[in-house]
Each structure stands twice: as structure tokens, then as C-alpha cells.
Design a protein around this ligand. Sequence first.
Ligand SMILES: Cc1cc2nc3c(=O)[nH]c(=O)nc-3n(C[C@H](O)[C@H](O)[C@H](O)COP(=O)(O)OP(=O)(O)OC[C@H]3O[C@@H](n4cnc5c(N)ncnc54)[C@H](O)[C@@H]3O)c2cc1C
Length: 380
Amino acid sequence: MDFALTEEQSAIFDTARDVGRDRIEPHARAWDADGEIPKELWPDLARLGFAGLYVAEDDGGSGLSRLDATLVFEALSMACPSVAAFLSVHNMACWMISNWGTQPLKDRVLTPAVSGEIYVAYCLTEPGSGSDAAALKTRADRTNEGWKLTGTKAFISGGGYAGAYVVMCRTGEDGPKGVSAVVLESGAPGLDFGGLEEKMGWRSQPTRQVLMDGAKAPADAILGEEGHGFSYAMKGLDGGRLNIAACSLGAAQAALDITLGYMGEREAFGKTIDRFQGLQFRLADMEIALQSARTFLRQAAWKLDTGAPDATKYCAMAKKLATETGSKIVNDCLQLHGGYGYLADYGIEKLVRDLRVHEILEGTNEIMRVIVARHMLASR
Ligand SMILES: Cc1cc2nc3c(=O)[nH]c(=O)nc-3n(C[C@H](O)[C@H](O)[C@H](O)COP(=O)(O)OP(=O)(O)OC[C@H]3O[C@@H](n4cnc5c(N)ncnc54)[C@H](O)[C@@H]3O)c2cc1C
């Protein structure tokens, strides 16, 4: 067993850390205020292979492992977790198209997606079904030309911004086996969007409802086999959960680094606050929590990379552990900044706002525990 990153993996992390520091960090607060990440960012990240991290090389992707991808998301998140997590959703959707898309669909959507020309959104949640995703109601009916989709998707990251939408929709019976995945392209007749959602964090990402009223997609826009879309969506989420977990840890590391520096400068009762042993213990607790969550996350990524039978359980466990660890650390870092932590200038309050949603999406942390318990009970 070797816990060290390879030279190549260290280089991947450093490349992502550098581009994050130069290209994202200086603008993160402004994008948070503006409510939109400029589309010009994506080709810059795509040139480094970040727009198709684990898309097959034959499809123009980087063909990296899931563990490698977590390094990219952790490093980018040190600059801005909202941007990093937005890129994670795009990577998850692109991987689904690479794995199960038809060649004409790949030519139209995946090629521009991995080169950063378009963003691809992932559309599973509906106003009436989030955790119980298999209860989704959006219908896709076959027509002479292809598919016609009708329904509403809620909370879609990149809604109204993306160039394509991977939509999980009902083509058959109730439940997961009646779900297919169809890709809608922006500009499709019958495709529209709700207003911009006002959010606590992830404010640089546009979130909107995706409204489909007989929205048209060609026959080649279905991924894989009809009725298999729910399983494709869940497979996508295994990797997505690792990425979100990595985003929480990168932001927590950034907050801890800022806090260490701050505590060496801020004085109270005649000494810098890093001299108080009570606060030193809090630093130590944060370091222990962060390092253990990181090690566990990398083990879960290794399980997914090696096709371990319990990979889904480990991805769920890592997502719950890392997102809760990350949220606790950034919140504790805010506390160690005193009143200044609450001000936008120090960057910590944004991290607290951004990380909160990681406990809710890609499956809530309650659902992560449902998955873990289900595996435990099944293996008795
Ligand atoms: C900013 C943001 C961006 C998002 N982006 C996307 C996106 O791009 N694509 C997409 O498809 N979705 C997206 N989502 C949706 C997200 O995945 C859902 O919000 C999430 O899955 C929870 O669903 P819900 O909001 O309907 O909550 P509900 O399912 O209604 O859950 C409400 C509460 O009940 C709990 N609960 C539900 N069922 C159980 C159970 N069986 N046992 C125990 N507790 C349970 C939940 O954990 C939660 O605490 C996004 C959400 C947000 C906030």
C-alpha cells in the first residue's frame, strides 16, 4: 500500500492549483456578486484537459482516473469551490455522454464540451422529486423525428447557461426501470428556463428550472439503452460525489491556510492569538479531521477506479464525511477570525456559504446514510 501521490499526480494538483490561483481566485468574489462565471473561463480550463477529465481520450477527453480528478477539484476549490463544483457537474455529464452517447451526439455535443465551448448540465431533480429521484415525472415520447420531452427540472446548475442538458426522463413504467437519459441541446424548440434562483452560496453559478414543453431532441440523443437512464445517472453520481467531497476539502484547506496566517498576526491580551493553547487545539483538531477525510476520499476514489464492488458505498461515505468535515472546518475558521471572519474581505464567509450546499446535493447526506445502511444490511 502506497499513500503517496505519484510525480504525475503531484503535477496535476500543482497545475490545477496554479490555474486556480491565477485565473479564478482574483475574480471569485466578483463572480459571486455578479451571479455568473464568464464563459471565457472554460476554454482556458479545457486547454489543461479539465473540461473532460475522465472522458475517454478517444472522445477528446483526458482519460484520467477518478482519483486524479479529485486532485483537480480539490486544487481548484482552493481558489473557489463554486467554480470547481460547477466544473464537476459538467464533467459528470460529459462522462455520461462519452460512455453511452451515440457518435453523432458526441460530435455535436461532446466535442465542443471538452474544448470548453459549451457547458453541459445534469438534470435529474424535479420540483416534486429530489431524494426520491426515481419518482421523476418528465416524459419523453418517441416521435417520427426523435424525442419530445415534457416536464420541469428544478435546481439545475447551468440552467439557461449550458449548451446541452442531460435529462433523465420517463419513457416507460413507474420507478427507476422506466427512466431514460436524453440530451437536449440549447435552442431546441420547446425548451425554456425559469428565473435565476437566489441562493445562499454557489452564487457565481446560475441555477434555474429547466422547462420542457414538447422539447425536441433527435433520435440519436438518447444515451445507451432505453430504460437504463437511471442507472447511468447513479453511476455518474458516484464520481460526482467524490468531486464534491474534494471541493469541500480544497476549500477547507484554503480556509485553514488563511486562518493560520491570521492567527499569527492578530493580537489579543498582549499576544498573538496562535499562542492560546485552546485555539492551538482547535487548529490540531481541524488538521486531523482534514487529513483523515482526505485519506478516506482517496481510498473511495481508488475503489471506484478499480471497480470494487463496494465503491458506491465508499463514494457515499466519503461524500458525507468530507462535506461535513469541510463545512465544520470553514465555520471554525470563521470563528477564529472573530468579527472579521464575518466580513466578506477575508474570504471565509463565502466559503461557509459555498460549502453548505455540498451537504444537500448530489444526494443529501441523509441519503448517503441510506445508501451506506442499505449496503450494510444487504451484506449480512
Ligand atoms: C444549489 C443547488 C444546485 C443543484 N444542482 C442540481 C443539478 O445541477 N441537477 C440536479 O439534478 N439537481 C440539482 N440540485 C438538486 C439537489 O440534488 C436536491 O436538492 C437534493 O437531491 C435534495 O432533494 P430535495 O431538495 O427535493 O429535498 P427532499 O428530497 O425533499 O428532502 C428533504 C429532506 O428530507 C430528507 N429525506 C428525504 N428522503 C429521506 C429518506 N429516505 N431518509 C431520510 N431523510 C430523507 C432529505 O435528506 C432532506 O433533508 C441542486 C440543488 C441545489 C440547492
